[in-house]
Design a binder for this molecule. Structure first.
Ligand SMILES: NC(=O)c1ccc[n+]([C@@H]2O[C@H](COP(=O)([O-])OP(=O)(O)OC[C@H]3O[C@@H](n4cnc5c(N)ncnc54)[C@H](O)[C@@H]3O)[C@@H](O)[C@H]2O)c1
Length: 241
């Protein structure tokens, strides 16, 4: 099993990609600790996997502390994220900007900052960040989401560079269009939507959460022992178009 004996903390694990990660990581022998805002669905995943769950908003320092309040964390998977309704820059409110940055970038940074000393003390660890096709180009989402996911990739590389020599590996998965409910949370911006409709037909058929989970599992495992600071696209080739 790829993650035997490892304690893996996974955020955004009540639904979609994070839930698929939790299932796969547990099947691969990990002790998983899961976190999400969606208490009801989180409870169901926790019951299914008989694992510990922390319900709450990851931008809350108390929730972050509860999540990492354990002796060891071998892998931290910063997966929770929200969309920005395809909002173009001129229409992004401060509130939308702050919320998207808070969930998609600041929380992963704060959780990484808190977990790094534990990992260093333990002799190493792995961080996997769920970036996005929007980490690599400007034409995959709205302005705030794109900026947050570019930032998350930058954070991934900076952690890899600074802490690689202390046994830390920090990598990213970059999903393309994956079948989850993320796009159903809120109406898309009209202007953003009309712009996107021009190229919708060029997007490959949608992928599955489990396919992203496989990539994250590999990066979290010792099989990726010499891979650090990388981003692995899981997008059916969209990035290559
Ligand atoms: N689905 C896609 O096509 C796609 C593409 C690229 C990247 N991603 C990224 O994959 C990750 C997972 O997305 P998904 O598609 O599974 O979406 P999802 O909406 O199904 O799952 C995201 C989970 O994160 C949780 N969450 C959101 N804000 C939170 C907060 N503040 N605190 C705690 N939990 C919070 C939600 O409750 C939800 O359970 C996100 O980072 C997303 O940006 C998804």
């Amino acid at each position: 099993m790829m993650l035997e004996g490892k304690t893996c903390v996974i955020t955004g694990a009540a639904n979609g990609i994070g839930r698929a990660m939790a299932r796969l990581f547990a099947a691969e022998g990990a002790t998983v600790v899961i976190a999400d805002l969606d208490e009801g669905r989180l409870g169901k995943v926790a019951a299914e996997l008989s694992c510990e769950a922390i319900a709450g908003d990851l931008t809350d320092p108390a929730i972050q502390a509860a999540l990492l309040d354990r002796e060891r964390v071998d892998a931290l998977i910063n997966n929770a994220g929200i969309l920005d309704s395809l909002t173009p820059a001129a229409d992004v409110s401060d509130e939308l900007w702050d919320r998207v940055m808070g969930v998609n970038l600041t929380s992963p940074f704060q959780l990484s900052r808190a977990v790094l000393p534990k990992m260093i003390e333990a002799g190493g660890g792995a961080i996997v960040n769920t970036c996005s096709a929007a980490s690599l180009t400007g034409g995959r989402a709205g302005a705030a989401y794109t900026a947050s996911k570019h930032g998350l990739l930058g954070l991934t590389r900076a952690i890899a560079w600074y802490y690689g020599d202390q046994g830390i590996r920090c990598n990213a998965v970059a999903p393309g269009a994956i079948q989850t409910k993320i796009g159903m949370r809120g109406m898309p911006h009209e202007g953003g939507m009309s712009k996107y409709s021009n190229y919708f037909q060029t997007i490959p058929p949608m992928g599955k959460s489990a396919e992203v989970a496989q990539a994250a599992c590999f990066l979290a495992s010792d099989r990726a022992s010499y891979i650090n600071g990388e981003v692995l696209s899981v997008d059916g080739g969209w990035n290559a178009y």
